[in-house]
Design a protein around this ligand. Structure first.
Ligand code: ATP
Ligand code: MG
Length: 267
């Protein structure tokens, strides 16, 4: 029915049905279509709506190139800007350097800066899977004013479940869960209600160690810091689920004595 609506050029009908689907199901539909049908989707959906699909795509990394080449460069840039910065960086890491530079130039500055900051982290490290869209507050502010920050930032943060407390040098000094914030007195100071024993991971730590830490401590997210404890980003549990399933595939292949899938793809 969705395909039919696209073929018959019934844009409103298509949008009405399609946007009802969960983003994962939208992504599944998208990859099942022919390039011609996909081109119509680019016409009928906004860059922000396509970004939601790309945030949920489950494809081989080298396939991104193919999909992006079907779109107008300006559309690609706007879509990448709407994606979570870590996912956008993953996509860009599959492209040639000059292509990346091109997209970042035409993209809005703030999004470009976020993504650029994530591009140079080594594969399989905490830095490569973290995102910079977290909520940071200060120890010397009240719960009420932290709440205002939360409200302002909530739409763009990857998770609003934890608020990370930083000092003037942006070093990580505490953490507070959303539940703890909501149940604290409005006039309380953050330093009196936060936890100051923060579990964090180093930016160059192996992603498997991050997965283990997340499992052991049962947090929904972990903060990522540099050697001087500056807060750089967060890793959420959904990113860790991907790491765990990747590692499971690797281990299983080794056990079965077959080369792992990545190796089969290298020419
Ligand atoms: P819920 O009832 O939904 O579990 P919660 O407030 O208990 O709410 P949890 O995710 O269970 O939230 O977090 C447990 C505790 O760990 C909270 O006090 C939270 O502030 C704290 N916490 C969260 N992240 C970290 C971290 N990286 N290091 C140390 N403590 C953390
Ligand atoms: Mg709890």
């Amino acid at each position: 029915m969705l395909v039919q609506a696209l073929r018959d050029e019934k844009m409103e009908e298509f949008r009405k049905q399609f946007l009802k689907l969960h983003p994962y199901d939208r992504a599944k539909f998208y990859v099942e279509q022919s390039p011609e049908v996909r081109k119509r989707m680019y016409e009928y959906l906004s860059p922000a709506e396509m970004a939601e699909i790309f945030d949920h795509l489950d494809i081989e990394e080298d396939e991104y190139k193919i999909y992006l080449s079907e779109m107008d460069p300006m559309f690609v840039a706007q879509m990448l800007a709407h994606m979570y910065a870590d996912n956008a960086a993953d996509v860009l890491n599959e492209l040639d350097k000059n292509e990346v530079a091109n997209y970042l130039t035409i993209m809005d500055d703030e999004a470009a800066k976020d993504i650029q900051g994530l591009l140079h982290y080594k594969e399989y490290t905490a830095g490569s899977i973290m995102t910079t869209e977290y909520i940071a507050i200060h120890a010397n502010q009240t719960v009420r004013s932290a709440m205002q920050i939360l409200k302002r930032e909530a739409a763009n943060a990857e998770t609003i479940y934890y608020l990370y407390v930083v000092n003037e040098q942006r070093q990580l000094v505490g953490v507070l869960s959303l539940r703890e914030l909501l149940t604290s007195d409005d006039d309380a100071m953050i330093h009196d209600v936060m936890n100051d024993q923060v579990v964090s991971v180093l930016v160059d730590e192996d992603q498997e160690d991050v997965a283990r830490k997340m499992q052991n401590y049962d947090f929904l997210a972990l903060p990522v810091v540099d050697a001087n404890n500056h807060l750089l980003g967060i890793i959420t549990v959904d990113d860790i689920v991907d790491v765990i399933s990747e590692e499971a595939t690797d281990d299983y292949s080794k056990l079965a004595g077959v080369p792992d899938v990545d190796i089969q793809y290298t020419p």
